[in-house]
Design a protein around this ligand. Structure first.
Ligand code: CCH
Length: 287
């Protein structure tokens, strides 16, 4: 029988590493964006795709990439993330076999690693879903609120206090944009390199309310160039959270270890991996 059944392409580790390399190289190329990198906004895309998870109903999470669609793309928390989705379109065009859901998370992993962060283990197997799987607004944290709100939001995803504080360390990266969230400025002096500076600055600097017409935020008294959101300040105002801030401020290796583990957990919330799905670690390209 000469009938040629089309061979199903089953991508392997090497194929995903190629996608990783493509994202890493685009990060290098497009260094005229923002503080010099799309890395932070890619991390934010992966986090907002994942952080909609609700453990009670099993809805939300990175499986589905439903932020491609309105209403989820229009949720206030997702303002500005089109820049990250658009950055990844040429990658999707070059490797059409990868799902958006796997691509967005792979991009988050790549961005963390290429910005000198820890390796973050990755599993593939997310499936894209349609507009009906969009999550309701209000599942992501509100920057104007404090510790009770943070616990409500992150406990709903299944995280504990230590994990909440470890996740917040991502704010070493990137900045607030007044045309996106309304807030303004970076948290650290090196917003394209992952460090534990977020925790150090929280503890070591004097923070005061910024005098301006925008939403209530803090600025560092010394240089008035850095910022903290009310939700960031909550993790040193709360005694239990603050213990973990001290741990991570004092020990970057410990932060990297815990950050890697908690980000992997975040990126896999609600994903129905097939049994026996391999865990991969990608080789950094430019880090
Ligand atoms: Fe965040 N984040 N985030 N965040 N976030 C913002 C930007 C980034 C909150 C609010 C904001 C996490 C947790 C929280 C990043 C990663 C993470 C902005 C500015 C607000 C507001 C958006 C803008 O204007 O562009 C709040 C509240 C919480 C509560 O805990 C977690 C968890 C992560 C990842 C693990 C990154 C990265 C950015 C920078 C984005 C950029 O474009 O530079």
């Amino acid at each position: 029988d000469s009938s040629v059944a089309p061979k199903l392409f089953v991508p392997k580790f090497e194929d995903y590493q190629k996608v990783y390399n493509e994202i890493a190289n685009r990060l290098e190329e497009k260094e005229d964006y923002d503080d010099g990198s799309y890395g932070p906004v890619l991390v934010r895309l992966a986090w907002h795709a994942s952080g909609t998870y609700d453990k009670e109903t099993g809805t939300g999470g990175s499986n589905g990439a439903t932020m491609r669609f309105s209403p989820e793309s229009d949720h206030g928390a997702n303002a500005g993330l089109k820049a990250a989705r658009d950055f990844l379109e040429p990658v999707k065009a070059k490797f059409p076999w990868i799902t958006y859901s796997d691509l967005w998370i792979l991009a988050g992993v790549c961005a963390i690693q290429e910005m000198m962060g820890p390796t973050v283990p990755y599993r593939a197997g997310r499936q894209d879903r349609d507009v009906a799987a969009c999550t309701p607004d209000g599942r992501l944290p509100d920057a104007a609120q404090a510790q009770d709100h943070l616990r409500n939001i992150f406990y709903r995803m299944g995280f504990n206090d230590q994990e909440i504080v470890a996740l917040c360390g991502a704010h070493a990266l990137g900045r607030c944009h007044s045309d996106r969230s309304g807030y303004s400025g970076p948290w650290t002096f090196s917003p394209t390199v992952l460090t534990n500076d977020y925790y150090k600055l929280l503890l070591e600097e004097k923070w005061q309310w910024k005098k301006w017409n925008g939403p209530k935020q803090y600025e560092d008294k010394k240089t008035q160039t850095l910022m903290m959101l009310p939700a960031d300040m909550a993790i040193i105002q709360d005694k239990k959270f603050k213990e973990w801030v001290k741990v991570y401020a004092a020990d970057n290796d410990k932060f990297f270890q815990d950050f890697s583990a908690v980000v992997k957990k975040l990126f896999e919330l609600g994903v129905p991996f097939k049994e026996g799905t391999e865990t991969w670690t990608f080789k950094p390209v430019n880090a």
